[in-house]
Structure formats: C-alpha cells, structure tokens
Design a protein around this ligand. Structure first.
Ligand SMILES: *Cc1c(COP(=O)(O)O)cnc(C)c1O
Length: 386
C-alpha cells in the first residue's frame, strides 16, 4: 500500500531549512564548535517559585483528571488580573479568556474555527510560519502582506485591493514582531481595529513578546477602544517566564471568537494539564524573573550589536524581542549568507527567506546564548565581511 499524504499537507510550504540543518549536523560531527543563534527558545530556566508551585500541584489528584476545555476559572482570572495590571484592560474571565496549550495551539486553531475553504487570510510576511501553515490546513488561502523596513515593518493595510478584502476573513498581526523585532504604536493598533471593523475581518493579534522589551512597554491591542468587537489577542507564558516546554498560553478578547476556539478544542484536544495552569497562576501573579530576563537580553543585545556594527553590519539595537534582524552583506541572498556563516565560521543564523519571500535579504540572530558566546559570534561573523 502506498501511504498518501492529504493534499492539505502537500500544500504546506517546503521546509527550507533542511539543507542548513544538514550542514549544521555535518559541522558538529567534525567537532566544530558551533554557536547556534537559530532558535527562538529561551536558554534561561523557568523561575524557581513557578517550579515549586508545579511540584505541589502535581501531587493534587484533582489535577490528574481531564481539565475543562476552556481552562480553570482561576487561571482565567489570573490572566484577567494580569491584563488589568499590565495594560489597564478589563476582561471578563468567564467569557473573554480561554486557556491554551501554548499560544501556537490557539493560533493554529483560529483558521479552523473561522475560515471557510477558499477564503483569504492576510498574513504578515516575513512572519511566524504558523499563520500560513494553519491557514492552509483549514483550506484557506494565505495572502502575504509585506513588512518592509521603510514602514518600520508595519503592514500598509491601505494598499490591499478591494477584491482581496472582499474575500478576506482574518488578519494576523504580531507585535513586538518575530522575526523583525519591530514594535507597534497604539495609533497603528487603532488603525488596525478600524480596518478590521470597516472590512468585517477578524483581527488576530499575537502578543507573545509583549514582556520582552528594552524601551517603553509595548501595548496590547486590547487597549484600543472597541477592539473586543473585532479582535482576539494571543498571549503566552513561554517567552515571558522561560516556559516554552510547559505549553501554556491564553487568548483574550471577542466572546464569539473565544467560543469558536473552544469549539475546536472540544473536538481536538482536552485542554491544558491543570497543574501547569496552577503554575501559570503563580507566574502571572508573581511576575518572577521578568525584569532580570529583560536585563540579561539587553546586555546580550548590546554585545552582539556592538560586535556586528563594529565589523560593518547594518544593524541597530531592537527595542523588543530577543532577535536581531539585519540585512545580509551585498552580494548574498539570505540562504547563501546563512550557509557561509555556518560553514566558514560555525555560526547558525536563520535566513530571512524562511519567514516569507519579503524576508529575503535579511537574517535573524536569536540572543539565546550567553554574552561570552555572543561576543565570540560577533567576532566570527565579523570575519565574513572584513
Ligand atoms: C514563540 C512564539 C509564540 C509562542 O508560542 P507558544 O506556543 O505560546 O510557545 C507565539 N508567536 C510567536 C510569533 C512566537 O515567536
């Protein structure tokens, strides 16, 4: 029997990093000391009080049973309190908050809940690949909205044609942004909410990096008046509390959108382990380690920016996220330059093309190794251009 993948899986974009993964494995096999700035996964441990709360919670037999689909009320309350404290946004924990198994789960399910076959989903390009993948799995059509340096990596929503808008069901935005590290102003969020209302488009904002900032604290889309009529915001404990492996996040905002996500969840998963939700309550209430985390990444950012800038790279310190996004030197495309960095100086950086066609010409470096290693990485990458 030949096992055939479903067409929807075949339609997913090709995995562009296979060649690079292979080159990395080869370098490591040769015993080369590779510095990996490729992965957007915090290297710091989850703060102790969160782990301690988890240890206690795991002993509680009520948590050993199926959780509720929408998550524990106490976790949703903790989310609402945190939004109130951090953004001044009031949320009804009962109807406007849902627990997720990581924000990726909710983002992935959003098109399944709201997009009919053939309907268009507006996705930022470059962007987190899940927006395109989830759209295709729901038989939707991704339409790439370019993020360019000239506009501070904010999409120009006014240039999307009427024909596209008429078929568009959903728009994804993500600020602070992966991979460009751009931050959005409240004014931009207001424009986005107006745009969504005017065209009847569901606005999905991914705020996973809102706590990883170095200047003014970034805004929540929910701060915009009327946002909850047209929008849902995804958030996560992954980046804020170094909890990527725990799988805990949330979506907040429009009630019908929250209900739609819940309906998908009831049919596909059975909610988040309650002990993890309890640890999440502890994290949101205590905000452990967040200021220290910002300090660590700020120092790392400054070390790598200094090294790269000194060597002649066109790079500025980002105001948020743990990514540097910068143009490759003249004469290379992003894949060729990433390959050269790996093969000639043993540094893994991510080619911009992997985030979409408008990412071409750039690379992303993640600040997920120590200051010392970043200093070394800066020196090594410097050798490629001098
Ligand atoms: C890391 C990341 C997330 C968080 O994913 P989780 O599933 O919550 O771990 C969401 N969006 C973007 C753009 C990310 O980079």
């Amino acid at each position: 029997m030949t096992v055939e993948l479903a067409n929807r899986l075949k339609r997913l974009p090709p995995y562009l990093f296979a060649q690079l993964d292979e080159a990395k494995a080869q370098q490591m096999e040769k015993g080369i000391d590779v510095i990996d700035l490729g992965v957007g996964d915090p290297d710091l441990p989850t703060p102790k009080p969160i782990i301690e709360r988890m240890k206690k919670a795991v002993e509680n037999p009520t948590h050993h049973r199926y959780p509720s689909y929408e998550g524990m009320f106490s976790f949703r309350e903790a989310v609402a309190r945190w939004y109130q404290r951090r953004f001044g946004v009031e949320l009804d924990p009962d109807s406007e908050v849902i627990t997720l198994i990581g924000s990726k789960e909710g983002i992935g399910h959003m098109p399944l809940a709201f997009v009919n076959p053939g309907e268009i989903v507006l996705v930022p390009d470059p962007g987190y690949p899940v927006y395109v993948g989830a759209t295709i799995l729901a038989h939707g059509e991704p339409y790439r909205v370019p993020l360019t340096a000239g506009r501070g990596f904010l999409p120009d929503l006014t240039t999307i044609s009427g024909g596209i808008l008429a078929q568009a069901k959903l728009l994804f935005l993500n600020y602070p942004n992966n991979p460009t590290a751009a931050v959005a102003s409240l004014t931009f969020f207001e424009e986005a909410v107006d745009f969504a209302r005017e065209h009847g488009i569901i606005l999905c904002h991914d705020a996973a990096y809102s706590e990883m900032y170095y200047g003014d604290p970034p805004h929540s889309l929910m701060e915009v008046k009327g946002a909850r009529e047209v929008a849902i915001e995804f958030h996560s404990l992954s980046k804020t509390f170094n909890m990527t492996g725990w799988r805990i996040g949330m979506a907040v905002g429009n009630k019908e959108m929250v209900q739609g996500l819940k309906k998908v969840k009831t049919n596909i998963d059975s909610g988040a382990f309650q002990a993890i939700q309890e640890a999440g309550i502890e994290a949101l209430a205590g905000e452990y380690g967040v200021e220290e985390m910002r300090q660590v990444y700020r120092e790392r950012r400054d070390v790598l920016v200094k090294g790269l800038k000194g060597a002649g790279y066109d790079v500025e310190p980002p105001q948020a996220t743990f990514y540097l996004w910068f143009p490759v030197p003249a004469g290379y495309d992003s894949m060729a330059f990433a390959k050269k960095a790996l093969e000639e100086v043993g540094v893994v950086i991510t080619p911009g093309l992997g985030f979409g066609i408008y990412g071409e010409g750039y690379v992303r470096a993640a600040l997920t190794v120590s200051k010392e290693r970043l200093e070394e990485a800066g020196e090594r990458l410097g050798r490629l251009v001098t």
